[in-house]
Design a protein around this ligand. Sequence first.
Ligand code: PLP
Length: 353
Amino acid sequence: MSIVSIPVIKNQHPKLPTFDMDQIAFGKNFTDHMLVADYENGEWKNVQIKPYAPFEVDPSCATLHYGQTIFEGIKAFKNDNGEVVVFRPDQNFIRFNTSAQRMQMPTVPEWLFIDGMKQLINLERDWIPNKPDASLYIRPFMIAMDPFLGVRPSNTYKFMIILGPSGPYFSAPMKIIIEQHYTRATPGGVGFAKNGGNYGASLFPVSLAQENGYDQVLWTDAIEHKFVEEVGMMNVMFVIDGKVITPSIEKGTVLKGVTRNSAIVLLTEMGYEVEERFLSVAEIVDAHKKGLFQEVFGVGTAAVVSYISRLAHGDYVMDFDVNALKVAPALKKQLNDIRMGNIVDKHGWLLHI
Ligand SMILES: *Cc1c(COP(=O)(O)O)cnc(C)c1O
């Protein structure tokens, strides 16, 4: 498919000239333009880049009632030479369409998702901060648009991409409690998809954890709560006796993270043995009792690598000195060096804009 040129309506009142790049907070500020496309009669049409603005939906809009909605999270970076790169958007494109299929939504073509993103970012390149741990967060999403209260797949959809400058996300190390009652995902469910409902359903259990002094939960399997799956909205990695272990994605209850996959590749190259397998809470506690449990951290696009200073299972508390971590900071540096062009991108992970 050849690259299409998407019509642009320029924002006549851009915020950029007066925007304070020192005041950026994740998810709160958006750039001056957005990409919008409509799905009708079996095809994507009306593709446009236009001023970022609210839009109207009918109160009976299917998305509002039944949650037929999916999204992605991607980051673009500006290196010291002023070059703009996007980290592995091809993987997000694949996952977006996997999520779409699971939610009975139409897939989007590459010219819309990738080329549309490229054109939008190119227009907004002055919004990309060039600071350590800062980036442009890219949020593609799709929503069902039918004004109809019957439960059936919508016939009409909107695909949109919005962008926002982002500083460091969670910077403080997190305290985590192992969840023993609520679940994020079940085999046969939608845990592998980035659909809205997964996130709404996580808020209550996380709020209970916060009442008890924790930041987030470590999700366990839905059946027995014996095997660990993810931490908050991130994949999770453990370092036990020098080996890196991350939960298997086999059952469809662990999201196939792009950062997770990148971490597996990089850590293996750095000489670590990396295992993708089922990992039980009992094994973790046992390793801790033997003094072999060295590190646990979250990996995901938003926070990249998140340190964990405390992991608790009921009354059993495991503390980690974040200043003594080795694997997590080394991984963070490696990912950062690739994105900022400090080392060669030998895997071809960067899309240059
Ligand atoms: C998005 C997400 C991740 C991280 O995936 P990345 O591709 O690395 O950003 C992990 N778990 C859940 C539940 C997510 O929604």
